[in-house]
Design a protein around this ligand. Structure first.
Ligand code: RNT
Ligand code: ZN
Length: 412
């Protein structure tokens, strides 16, 4: 089907495909750097991330240096329509020095800034509270030892400073997302103590004021992780309350809830109390497994909630998955494009009609509508979106992805 035919099919439903394409082109996705190297970072040549997060698989081609990672990113962005962001973790610093986490500075990230400016890509940032000897007990900001807490508070402060400087350099907001692995494998007896310590540490970390135009702090909750099955200190209730009290953004990671929970449903509920929302779009399979996102119902529901509830301006869309069993660049490309496809489908929905049926309690019509809409020619609109920005679809995409994978497979 040609674009013009598809356009007419949507016009029959009162939908303007040009308007949908124009909106889609303005939505940046913050692509996570850590899919490129299995969450290893550049502090040490080997090692695992710890903190209950783990990439599994040993596919050839992992980026081993900042230059390799940047080359992979450039390739990935070249296959993704639109301009997007890069979400950088602190342990991806690019420097000949070996600063500890409580010693990092803006200058350790200058090569990233320069590269991003060249590419026309804006950076987001994250302190790294894992993959470090002082995090081996899965305790950082809530550690009973004041010295360890102070170490991580200093790391967090420095990351906020770095993110704010990035924002100033880029001329806009940088999201700085705070996730700590803190928790307990077995039933703790002092949950309150741990939570009070986390709160006090976060308060100390967030005390220095930065220009809101350059820095948006976010906090990320979690239900559980491997090794912290009994309690996560920074649970959903903890951070929801914290974000409301302190006016930070709240990060909702789709893998951080019970598998039967509908994370898309949470968006509007928290939006009544929290101004800014960060998403970690992910795909949990039985646990927080961080599979590459599919164009599945959970992603569609999330996109629909953002669009239908008019939350585009208040929601920063970041991705969070890491799969080392397939081409890492293909994982990025397909993941980001899936998020865009889901947004496109939401933008192409006849909202007024759906709402009218619901308001009239005509659930039969709403049901018929949602099911009939599934057969509309979204693919032709997506292909047009890609064609206009000279991005391949179909066999051309497969060839490009496979050729790059072949070229990086020789990396040791
Ligand atoms: C871990 C969190 C967190 C990390 C990244 C690497 O469960 O989802 O966002 O995945 O910070
Ligand atoms: Zn996450």
């Amino acid at each position: 089907m040609t674009y013009e035919q598809a356009r007419a099919a949507f016009a029959d439903w009162g939908i303007d495909t040009e308007a949908a394409l124009a909106t889609l082109a303005t939505i940046p996705i913050s692509m996570h750097c850590w899919q490129g190297d299995d969450v290893r970072g550049f502090e040490q040549a080997t090692g695992t991330s710890g903190g209950g997060i783990q990439a599994t698989g040993n596919h050839p081609g992992r980026a081993r240096t900042p230059d390799e990672l940047r080359a992979d990113l450039e390739f990935a962005y070249s296959l993704i329509p639109g301009k997007h962001r890069l979400n950088l973790h602190a342990f991806y610093l690019d420097t000949d020095e070996s600063p500890d986490r409580d010693e990092i500075e803006f200058r350790h990230f200058t090569p990233w800034l320069e590269w991003a400016a060249e590419q026309g890509i804006k950076l987001d940032f994250n302190p790294t509270f894992f993959a470090h000897a002082k995090a081996d007990d899965n305790l950082t900001l809530s550690h009973p030892d004041q010295g360890i807490r102070d170490f991580w508070i200093e790391h967090g402060r420095r990351c906020r400073e770095i993110a704010a400087q990035m924002g100033a350099a880029q001329g806009g907001e940088v999201v700085n997302n705070i996730w700590v692995p803190d928790g307990s494998k077995d039933n703790p007896v002092d949950r309150m103590g741990a939570r009070r310590r986390l709160e006090t540490s976060l308060d100390a970390m967030l005390a220095p004021k930065h220009d809101r135009a350059h820095l948006l702090d976010a906090v990320e909750c979690k239900l559980f992780g491997i090794g912290v099955e009994a309690m996560t200190v920074g649970s959903h209730e903890f951070y929801l309350g914290y974000a409301i009290r302190n006016q930070t953004a709240l990060c909702l990671d789709m893998g951080h809830f019970h598998p039967t929970e509908n994370v898309a449903d949470k968006l509007t509920a928290v939006a009544l109390s929290v101004q800014d929302i960060l998403l970690h779009v992910s795909r949990p399979m039985r646990w927080d497994s961080d599979h590459v996102i599919l164009l599945d119902d959970s992603i569609r529901a999330m996109a629909q909630e953002i669009v239908f509830s008019d939350l585009l301006a208040r929601t920063r869309i970041g991705l969070d998955f890491f799969d080392a069993t397939i081409s890492r660049t293909a994982a990025w490309v397909i993941g980001v494009r899936n998020m865009q496809k889901a947004l496109l489908e939401a933008l192409l929905a006849p909202q007024d009609r759906l709402r009218a049926a619901e308001t009239a309690l005509d659930f039969t019509t709403r049901f018929i509508l949602t099911e009939e809409l599934k057969s509309l020619p979204y693919g032709a609109i997506w292909t047009e979106f890609c064609a206009r920005t000279e991005r391949p679809t179909g066999p051309g995409l497969i060839d490009a992805l496979n050729a790059y994978q072949k070229a990086v497979a020789a990396r040791g």
